[in-house]
Design a binder for this molecule. Structure first.
Ligand code: ZN
Length: 508
């Protein structure tokens, strides 16, 4: 036999596709030729595979070896093809009968010593194999746990080429994936720790219940970060589909914990305001990696010091926030990552950022206005809730009051409110949360509110205090507040509360 074929998976973004690794050995000058759009890493694969094969006690076939990866149109990158390439060329040389690999997907990087090393993106690769109807995979031992979260796939683990060859040639056993870690994951920060800040806590609850983007404006020390990082703790857990997406993104980014669990908590990402556009939305020239925006998919993207973010980065965020997807164009094709996030912005009210707040601010009114206006357009336009947070006084922090309500309690209220909203919109456009409902739907029957209940809202519009878009945002917020209160529909009190949450007129 001088030809062999082994199955592997290539990734574009988080989308996997089954790849056939073919090896053909012919007479001629000994050489290895890789075809099928291999990138630089694949060319390095040639050297790794050769060293690994000889260091595992196998004979290197001294013939002309052509390795081809199909389909040719799929850009292939990374080192996950090493093990499949080694298997194909040993089989092509006639040294390895491949019956044991019939219908089996083989993933893994080879070290020069013949060790099988972990690779990024094993979870989406195995998921792609499963979708293609392939139910058996062999993966690096270190990645075996994440592979086992894909339902309906039998996972075997391997730590060396020697063990792999012994399995293929003599059916000696491979390794079992390590058992899943049963200890509950550590719980994140809890709202029970946030003293005072009534309005901030309430705004967070409304944001969670309606899926509203929010902005927190306040001097340093007002607790903006403390509030923002607790938003995931009151959001519902991710369902199976979302959990797979989120876990796959972390796998591709190489930041997935090795405990082999699906991620059930909505993620939280807080990129620094100096982060590059690539760090925010994803990038890389050869292998494209997801950025903070995609790592926050189905969770919370927190942009602190938002007024300091360079406008190039703000621009890069604009389109993905609109569409829920990041599209990265490269010479060899485009890569897409999902990016549906709940946005929390935080900013100081002015450039001087005096911790005491307004009292000692040295900025002129013009400077103050200009400072935050930079955010309008790309970001502030998308914000439903705008909270002005007063600095916490020592009295607030030290006065003994009843302990604050815990995240678990608030999460129950949030879940109930979300349930009511989902049920209401299921018949209409199928929106899951109030933040997704288009304004016109809220302004016409059957969801239009009685005139008497929108008196103050219409007055705000007429006086120019609210834009037409702001008018719709207030309506959405009013529905969320009403859902949290367990009401049929918002009345005047809920609408007026929504105006306050929208306009930031909510000190105290
Ligand atoms: Zn100032």
């Amino acid at each position: 036999m001088s030809y062999a074929r082994v199955l592997c998976v290539g990734l574009r973004g988080v989308d996997g596709q089954v790849v056939e690794v073919e090896a053909d050995l012919s007479q001629g000058l000994p050489a290895v030729v890789l075809t099928g759009l291999p990138d630089a890493a694949l060319n390095e694969a040639r050297d790794r595979v050769r060293a690994a094969v000889t260091n595992s006690g196998e004979a290197w076939p001294n013939r002309r070896i052509t390795v081809n990866l199909l389909p040719a149109a799929l850009p292939k990158h990374g080192s996950a093809f090493d093990l499949a390439i080694a298997a194909a060329l040993l089989a092509g040389a006639g040294d390895l009968p491949l019956d044991a690999l019939d219908g089996v997907v083989v993933l893994g990087e080879l070290g020069l010593d013949g060790a099988v090393r972990s690779v990024r993106g094993v979870l989406p690769m195995v998921a792609a194999a499963a979708r293609a109807g392939l139910t058996r995979v062999i993966v690096p031992l270190e990645n075996a746990r994440e592979a086992t979260v894909v339902p309906g796939v039998t996972v075997s683990a391997v730590d060396s080429l020697r063990r792999f060859v012994a399995f293929v040639r003599d059916r000696e056993p491979l390794l079992e994936p390590p058992p899943l870690d049963e200890t509950p994951p550590p719980s994140g920060p809890d709202l029970a720790d946030v003293a005072g800040q009534q309005m901030g806590r309430y705004g967070l609850e409304v944001a969670a219940a309606g899926g509203h983007h929010m902005a927190l404006i306040g001097a340093p020390g007002a607790g903006k970060t403390m509030l923002a990082e607790r938003l995931p703790s009151i959001l519902p857990e991710l369902d199976d589909e979302a959990a797979l997406e989120v876990t796959a993104l972390q796998s591709v980014a190489g930041v997935l914990p090795r405990d082999g669990r699906l991620i059930r908590r909505p993620p939280f990402q807080a990129p620094h305001h100096t982060a590059s556009a690539a760090a925010l939305v994803g990038g890389g020239s050869n292998v494209v990696r997801p950025g903070a925006l995609s790592l926050a998919h189905r969770g919370v993207l927190f942009l602190d010091e938002a007024a300091e973010i360079p406008s190039a980065s703000l621009q890069a965020l604009r389109q993905p926030l609109e569409t829920g997807r990041v599209v990265l164009a490269r010479a060899r094709g485009t890569t897409e990552f999902p990016a549906r996030v709940q946005l929390v912005l935080a900013a100081n009210p002015c450039p001087c950022a005096n911790p005491a707040g307004d009292q000692y601010c040295v900025c002129s009114p013009v400077v103050r206005r200009r400072y935050l206006s930079k955010l309008s357009g790309p970001l502030l336009d998308r914000i439903d809730i705008r909270l002005n947070l007063a600095p916490l006084s020592a009295a607030q922090l030290t006065t003994a009051t009843a302990p604050a309500t815990s995240s678990a309690e608030i999460a129950k209220r949030v879940a109930k409110a979300r349930g009511a909203a989902a049920q209401r919109w299921s018949a209409g456009g199928g929106w899951r949360v109030n933040a997704e409902v288009p304004g016109p739907v809220l302004r016409r029957a059957p969801w239009r509110l009685p005139l008497a209940d929108t008196t103050d809202l219409r007055a705000s519009l007429d006086k120019g205090l609210l834009s037409a878009r702001g008018f719709d945002r207030v309506l959405r917020l009013a529905w969320t507040i009403s859902d949290l209160d367990g009401r049929e529909r918002p009345a005047r009190a809920e609408v007026n509360e929504a105006i306050q949450l929208r306009m930031g007129d909510n000190r105290g």
